[in-house]
Design a protein around this ligand. Structure first.
Ligand code: C5P
Length: 233
């Protein structure tokens, strides 16, 4: 896998036209395009199908969480689109098992969301959860692996601890990436590309630091350079 294959760009834009223009600008400088809730509800699913038909690995960030029948059938529908990755909230085994059934024998890789990277320990207390954040992340990573998922989505702060629980082959996908000196915005547990790779992340998810940069391609290339340097270390 080349360093650029490890970069997943979040196409958090209002419509397919804006997404296509970003894809044209970024071209092959990034490996995977992620389509999240904003774009999914404004033409993004049709775009995902089109890109997948052209052989692009597409990440559907649907963050599924619902009753089992719904999760199973939604996962099956997403698998039929030809997407490469899908996210599901890793809260309980019923949800995870339903997604595994829905994936069937397709090539769709399932990723469990552990604890969103915008949440801090104080936000967990608001949810009536008094477990330490890192413990909750490890617990959810274990559930996700036992269910037969391919990996987890987790912040760089917890990647090294997850690696100890899940072993080498399980994928760790890390959002909340901010190059040195960049603004954290709404991310509470942000890390640099170098720190995330150093902690054991396989893929980095980057949105605004690339999509809102004055020169998105140069921003993507700089992050790929940082990934390559971290891997070489
Ligand atoms: O712009 P920024 O780099 O913060 O975008 C991060 C992307 O990763 C967003 O699309 C967000 O929905 C997604 N994400 C996240 N934290 C997670 C899972 C997904 O930030 N735990």
């Amino acid at each position: 896998m080349l360093p650029r294959d490890r970069l997943i760009v979040a196409l958090d834009v209002p419509g397919a036209a804006e997404a296509k223009s970003l894809i044209e600008t970024l071209g092959d400088s990034v490996g995977v395009y992620k389509i999240g809730l904003e774009l999914l509800f404004s033409g993004g699913f049709a775009l995902a199908q089109e890109l997948a038909r052209h052989g692009r690995p597409i990440f559907i960030d649907a963050k599924l969480l619902d009753i089992e029948a719904t999760v199973e059938r939604a996962t099956a529908a997403i698998a039929r689109s030809g997407a490469a990755f899908l996210t599901v909230h890793a809260l309980d085994c019923k949800t995870l098992d339903a997604a595994v059934r829905g994936r069937g024998d397709s090539a769709l890789k399932l990723l469990g969301i552990t604890v969103l990277t915008n949440l801090s320990p104080a936000d967990l207390i608001e949810q009536c959860c008094d477990h330490p954040l890192a413990e909750l992340v490890r617990h959810r990573a274990k559930l996700t692996k036992e269910a037969g998922f391919d990996g987890v989505v987790a912040s760089g702060h917890e990647a090294a601890q997850i690696r100890e629980v899940v072993g080498r082959e399980f994928l760790i996908v890390t959002p909340g990436i901010r190059p040195q000196g960049a603004e954290a915005q709404d991310q509470a547990r942000a890390v640099t590309p170098r720190a995330a790779i150093g902690a054991g992340a396989d893929y980095l998810v980057v949105g605004r630091p690339i999509t809102r940069a004055p020169d998105p391609r140069a921003a993507a290339e700089a992050i790929v350079g940082e990934i390559a340097a971290a891997l070489a270390r």
